[in-house]
Design a protein around this ligand. Sequence first.
Ligand code: GDP
Ligand code: MG
Length: 208
Amino acid sequence: MDIIQSLNNLKTPTLLLIGYPNVGKSTLMNNLTLANIEVEKFATKFLFVGQINFKGKTLRVIDTQSILDHQLDEIEIQSINTLTQLNSCILFLIDISENCGHTIKQQTDLLFSIKKLFLNKPLLVILNKIDLKTPNDVPIDDWILIESLEDFEEDSNGDFSDSGTQLIPMSNLIENSIENLKEIVFSTFKERKKENLCDEIKDKLLIF
Ligand SMILES: Nc1nc2c(ncn2[C@@H]2O[C@H](COP(=O)(O)OP(=O)(O)O)[C@@H](O)[C@H]2O)c(=O)[nH]1
Ligand SMILES: [Mg+2]
């Protein structure tokens, strides 16, 4: 199925799982969707799309696999362009144990390099695999890099606005982590809906 077709409803709240290979995206996708009725799940060339139902609400989850960690070809650019138009919350996974084969520095650099694609989208930085290494055991220099993700500065054009970044330590092997993450994700979308409604009202006020 065509990616654009499969993502036809741009307004559906969507979680985008992004990060280097082996950081735990697929495991998280399974954990998020397994306990819920899976209505839709299929593979396209680059993306896995699933669905979570939680407290009567539905969310789409997309495992971007590794489309965002290398030089892109034309089809990939098109799919990413579609992804950027979704009503999404970004879940950027960092493997703080570095077992994935990439250092924390490489992983934070990747986030900095793609952050501009998702301006004004809520960003949750998942510090994954805390069962292997706790945040307390992360060397101070790496921790500074991680904390710097919370406050993105404006760039030279002044258009690099932050949309509220949260750091979330978790592990796919700790059950509470998943429930906790779901709560955070759903309240993030709720907040966003409120903000969007406010903007709509403001627009109307400008008209009249
Ligand atoms: N210890 C530990 N291993 C994990 C965790 N999450 C994923 N893994 C393991 O890390 C490896 C890569 O995970 P996977 O979900 O395939 O990563 P992906 O490439 O980002 O989709 C697998 O062996 C997983 O079992 C975690 O929270 N803790
Ligand atoms: Mg995977």
